[in-house]
Design a protein around this ligand. Structure first.
Ligand code: ADP
Ligand code: MG
Length: 391
């Protein structure tokens, strides 16, 4: 610190000193002047008020009387050493006469005479307990709001999870699981009813009029059996056992099963199999279901006769086995096209609307595609389903 030469004339000295004393006591900060041995030489009014002493109690006392024992050891030496160099500024714990500890911000520096010798120290302190209290309160408020926010966040996540779970469950239940479960429950008693009716019918004479009723019941049981089978397939996760199978053989088997119905409906069946087509990797049970669904749908729209064409092709470029199943029935109206593969979409009085939804799922699981082309007007009305499977 540079020394300052007093340039005032002797006559003004006294006024000057009085001004300094007034300024010293008017300061809102505590100012304490200590000897080089750190004994208190002077302390201003703000200081006396802050520490709760009167002047006589402090003058001549070591400055550490104002410091808390809870400061880091050696702090006072550090402050003095720094004050001797460039001054020390920082925070420490002070203690009032009534033993109450409080934080202060202290700036302490050496006082030098005209010749640059250190003759005393001056310390200016400010009670920062209010600031610290406010900071602590702010920190606490922030902590509280952080806690609240994370609790809210957690609650929101829980809610979202519960909601997602509910939606998943509701969908699964509405879409399948529940229906599959019920269908499963129905199937056993249904097969008992079916067998009992068949047994009963076998006891009737061929021209027994009661056969009309047993026939009707058997048809209804068959229908219920189909519906429950579809519901179960739709509602449950599918399992696939992939093996190499010959599509021609698989399709022929299905076509031979529907022969009686085709005959009854006056439907001609055209088979056009591609010889180059190698066996394809499929789950034959599930793919049989797909072809049966599509062929049954075709038969449904040709109640007054028509032509059913089943064709296989090899798409060499794309390495795909292609199966085309066409019928000459009434086509599909444009407005229905986007809904065909949606579950429960049906235009039939007794339909389930699940056949194509299941078929779509199965073909997709085979990494294949299923497409529809249809014409609902003109002379060449009809529909073709095109299934493409990896060859
Ligand atoms: N070959 C077809 N010709 C005309 N319409 C068809 C054909 N195949 C399917 N559809 C239409 O798609 C609907 C859904 O078929 P599907 O999922 O098998 O259910 P369902 O046969 O129980 O109605 C049918 O109700 C029908 O309207
Ligand atoms: Mg169907």
């Amino acid at each position: 610190m540079d020394t300052v030469q007093d340039v005032r004339p002797e006559s003004e000295r006294e006024d000057y000193v009085r001004l300094f004393i007034s300024a010293f006591h008017s300061s809102p900060n505590a100012i304490c002047i200590t000897s080089i041995n750190n004994n208190i030489v002077a302390i201003n009014k703000a200081g006396l008020k802050m520490f709760g002493y009167n002047e006589m109690e402090l003058i001549g006392k070591d400055v550490t009387i104002l410091q808390s024992k809870n400061n880091l050891p050696g702090l006072n030496e550090e402050i003095t050493n720094s004050a001797l160099k460039d001054g020390w500024e920082g925070e420490l714990l002070n203690v009032r006469k009534n033993s109450e500890e409080f934080p202060v911000h202290l700036a302490k520096s050496a006082v030098k005479n005209d010749r640059g010798q250190v003759i005393a120290f001056i310390g200016i302190s400010r009670d920062v307990s209010d600031e610290r209290k406010m900071e602590a309160e702010l920190r606490k408020a922030k902590e509280d709001s952080d806690n609240l926010l994370s609790a809210l966040d957690k609650a929101y996540r829980n809610l979202k999870e519960t909601q997602d779970e509910l939606i998943r469950r509701e969908r699964a239940l509405a879409g399948g699981e529940l229906s599959a479960h019920i269908a499963h429950e129905i199937r056993n008693p249904l097969s008992i009813i079916g067998m009992s009716i068949q047994y009963l019918e076998s006891k009737f004479e061929p021209n027994d009029p009661r056969r009309e009723f047993t026939d009707a019941i058997i048809k209804k049981v068959d229908r219920l059996d189909n519906i429950t089978k579809e519901l179960i397939t739709f509602g449950r996760p599918l399992k696939f056992r992939m093996k190499r199978h010959n599509l021609k053989r698989l399709l022929s088997r299905i076509l031979s099963l529907i022969k009686p119905r085709c005959k009854a409906q006056k439907i001609t069946v055209v088979k056009d199999y591609c010889d180059e087509l190698q066996d394809v990797l499929i789950d034959d049970g599930h793919m049989e279901e797909v072809f049966t669904n599509i062929i049954t749908n075709a038969l449904d729209v040709m109640s007054k006769g028509g032509k059913l064409t089943v064709r296989t092709e090899l798409d060499e470029a794309q390495k795909k086995a292609v199966v085309r199943i066409s019928n000459t029935g009434h086509g599909i109206p444009k407005k229905d096209m986007p809904n065909l593969f949606k579950p429960f979409f049906t235009t039939k009085k007794q339909g389930t609307g699940l056949g194509l939804a299941i078929s779509h799922r199965i073909v997709t699981e085979h990494k294949g595609t299923i497409l529809v082309e249809s014409k609902a007007r003109g002379r060449d009305k009809g529909t073709t389903f095109i299934i493409r499977l990896p060859a």
